[in-house]
Design a protein around this ligand. Structure first.
Ligand SMILES: [Zn+2]
Length: 297
């Protein structure tokens, strides 16, 4: 099947029968190789006819092309395409590569009803997913076919105070899922993630010619972001043994770090998520977040 080129490295496959428009995106962070490999593998399968779309449309997209070329997270230190899907940027603020690419992608993703944005973590982490709101039935149908055990929602907008990420952009229009597939410099999981994407599409009835629908839906432990740990003018240092991996369990009253010489203790039991290593901690930004259990979903 020959795709339509919507933008550089953004291809759309369309079926004759009506159905939803789905987007699968990799490379929003240029050093996260699994998502890039997944998008390229899926593209080859649809182009060769190994997979055929039965209904609707599928957009396969790579995000930050400049960062991919440089094998870095953004096109330069601190640049982050996944913080550029804010109202301000999408209505014209900023003229860097990431801002311009975000506006280009937002235009082609405007009609997407299910968007899966594939990421990988820079620090040690099991696979997980993030969905901004409490997962809807449509979100759950997809999430249960993905091979991870714990996920996070941010219904109070603790993460950035407003919609800034690509999955949040998708969620405002339908389902939006950020799927963190594992460690950034490995691609060993690419084939497994390709199979999960095929399972999602087969489950929706959007593809034919596959027997890949062999996944047993799995329930997940779901967590809510509760608060952020900011790096203040006095800095922030994690206490010894804290902040080295994602989903670290923190006990009530435990010391988790210091702003200068002022200790920071956690009030109630929590999980420490997305802890930033020292070289990624900047004043005025988050050093990590605390999450609390929500439900098994
Ligand atoms: Zn990422």
């Amino acid at each position: 099947m020959k795709p339509e080129l919507l933008a550089d490295e953004v291809e759309k496959f369309s079926a004759d029968a009506p159905g939803p428009t789905i987007a699968i995106v990799g490379g929003v962070h240029g050093n996260e190789r699994t998502g890039i490999a997944v998008v390229r593998k899926l593209r080859r399968k649809f182009e060769s006819g190994e997979l055929e779309l039965a209904a609707g449309a599928l957009i396969l997209a790579l995000g930050n092309l400049l960062a991919m070329k440089r094998q870095t997270r953004g096109s330069m230190p601190g640049a982050n395409l996944n913080a550029c899907f804010s109202k301000a940027v999408l209505t014209g603020a900023g003229d860097g590569y990431e801002e311009r690419r975000a506006r280009e992608l937002a235009r082609v993703f405007e009609t997407v009803q299910l968007g899966i944005d594939l990421h990988a973590t820079n620090s040690l982490s099991e696979p997980f997913a993030v969905v901004q709101r409490l997962p809807t039935a449509a979100d759950l149908r997809v999430l249960r076919l993905l091979d991870f055990e714990r996920g996070i929602s941010d219904p109070s907008w603790i993460f950035a105070g407003e919609a800034v990420t690509l999955d949040e952009f998708f969620a405002a229009r339908g389902s939006g899922i950020c799927y963190e597939t594992g460690c950034a410099d490995a691609t060993s999981k690419a084939d497994a993630v390709v199979a999960e994407m095929i399972a999602v599409m087969a489950d929706g009835g959007w593809i034919r010619g596959t027997s890949a629908h062999r996944f047993t839906p799995r329930r997940k432990e779901w967590y809510l972001l509760r608060e952020s740990i900011m790096v203040t003018a006095r800095g922030f240092e994690f206490a010894p043994g804290v902040g080295e991996y994602n989903f670290q369990r923190i006990r009530a009253k435990q010391l988790i770090g210091h702003h200068g010489d002022e200790p920071l203790r956690v009030k109630d039991d929590a999980l420490l998520v997305f802890p930033k290593p020292a070289h990624l901690r900047f004043v005025g930004q988050q050093a990590g977040y605390l999450a609390e259990p929500y439900a098994r979903i």
